[in-house]
Design a protein around this ligand. Structure first.
Ligand code: AMP
Ligand code: MG
Length: 440
């Protein structure tokens, strides 16, 4: 049995709505600063956050670019069809049509391939499908408007124009754009380090043989995976028992990272000591609960002046040239139930990690799908219930997974989204469009 004695250092309780909780996190996230900058090869920067803006080094496209195979013409010459034009040349992709050598005069056409520059004099391209070669001429069977089937020079971006913002996480499209601007190396932000601290006397390491009442520490692993997925580096700490001194030591260790995520020990139980220990460390609490299910006991706060000197020392101001050291370390106390841990990470911890990683945090947007079978629930809390999105193409349907509550990881692993149920709904009929949060 535990010998811990509950203390009176508990923080003031502040339970807020889901929306308020999310906005509070976003407001704090807006004030954090990303870490140092490093330079990486473009492909190594995939999934990382740009610390520089990417600018067009020339016009995009750099020349008026044909978007079809066919003939470059003067639109006025083919206003009446069929029209017979004299073919005076050909440009393929990679050719440069010098105007003295290759241009389109009245009654003339130049064969052109997709990706080739439009020759001088032409103002449209007729697709090859609407033409017939006749000796050194071509018969045009369909009219075109000026501007058809080519992209004017600089229409996508002008030289010097910003293509990608600083703070953008590089996905494949961003990589393509940086590549097309010749950025073989890019400046990116260092990944923030996020401490993951599981608490509970019953929690044991996953390679230990659990006793009859012991539970393997799955939360540190799911959280570490989510942290990585959000663009940060997880630092898994040792498991904290429900005992004040050891818990405090591990919390202090975690505060040496850029962010601390705790799981467990935030409920109303006698041995839920996380908030008390944080309060002893002079933490400021922004909320100590949100009106959601699962995840109601979620805690968000920061340790500032209360960060012990030895923690501050492990994080020297010199790490950030010319900038003051961040005096504030944020933490989230996530409920220990594995599904609650995962949901509350996505809803609240992710935007803070994105901000620490240098990103402009993404707004949380729920998609919608048609409900496959009726839902009955209780009012009062906003619910995020594991569900399965199925169907194909435009016909997505969603159905709640039959779960055993917020400890049921087996069901969660079969789900692929959460259906979002507003706090005022008791019953939702089959066929109704319901909001959902996709799992990442
Ligand atoms: P708590 O939030 O500490 O009251 O824990 C709620 C439930 O989550 C209990 O059933 C715990 O055993 C379980 N739990 C807590 N921490 C973990 C963990 N790290 N991994 C798996 N389950 C956990
Ligand atoms: Mg516990």
């Amino acid at each position: 049995m535990s010998s811990s004695t509950p203390s009176s250092a508990a923080p003031v309780t502040r339970v807020v709505s889901f929306e308020e909780a999310r906005h509070l996190v976003e407001q704090h996230a807006a004030g954090v600063r990303p870490g140092d900058v490093e330079t990486l090869d473009l492909l190594s920067a995939f999934g990382r956050v740009l610390a520089e803006e990417i600018v067009a080094d020339r016009d995009f496209p750099p020349f008026a670019r044909a978007t079809r195979d066919g003939y470059a013409v003067r639109a006025a010459d083919v206003a009446q069809v069929p029209a017979r034009l004299e073919v005076v040349g050909e440009v393929k992709a990679g050719d440069w049509p010098e105007p003295e050598v290759c241009s389109v005069g009245r009654g003339q056409a130049v064969g052109i391939m997709t990706g080739a520059p439009l020759p001088a004099g032409a103002d449209a391209v007729v697709m090859v499908e609407y033409t017939a070669a006749v000796g050194k001429s071509v018969e045009i069977q369909r009219s075109v408007q000026p501007g058809e089937n080519f992209v004017p020079r600089g229409a996508e971006a002008r030289a010097g124009q910003r293509l990608l913002d600083r703070g953008r996480r590089l996905d494949h499209a961003g990589i393509a754009l940086a590549a097309s601007a010749g950025k073989s190396r890019v400046q990116i932000f260092r990944k923030p380090r996020v401490a993951v601290l599981s608490t509970g006397d019953e929690v044991v390491e996953i390679d230990a043989a659990p006793g009859p009442a012991e539970i393997r520490n799955s939360n540190s692993y799911s959280l570490a995976a989510q942290v990585q997925n959000a663009g940060a580096e997880p630092v898994r700490l040792k498991i904290a028992p429900d005992e004040r001194e050891r818990l405090r030591a591990l919390i202090e260790e975690g505060l040496g990272c850029d962010l601390l995520l705790l799981t467990g020990g935030v409920s109303m139980g006698k041995y839920d000591l996380v908030e008390q220990v944080l309060a002893e460390l002079k933490a400021e609490f922004y909320f100590t609960g949100a009106e959601i299910q699962p995840g109601r006991p979620i805690v968000f706060g920061s340790c500032g002046a209360g960060i012990p000197a030895r923690v501050r020392a492990s994080n020297p101001p010199s790490a950030r040239a010319g900038m003051p050291a961040p005096h504030k370390k944020y933490f989230f106390g996530l409920p220990g139930n594995p599904v609650s841990t995962m949901v509350t990470f996505e809803l609240f911890a992710r935007p803070m990690i994105e901000a620490l990683a240098g990103m402009t945090p993404h707004p949380l947007i729920f998609l919608r799908a048609r409900l496959k079978s009726e839902i009955r629930t209780k009012t009062g809390l906003k619910r995020f219930l594991p569900a399965v999105l199925s169907g194909e193409f435009e016909n997505a349907e969603v159905e709640l997974a039959k779960w055993q509550g917020s400890g049921d990881i087996a069901t969660l692993a079969r789900a692929n989204c959460y259906v979002v149920i507003p706090p005022d709904r008791k019953r939702i009929d089959a066929g109704e469009w319901v909001p959902l949060l996709l799992m990442r």
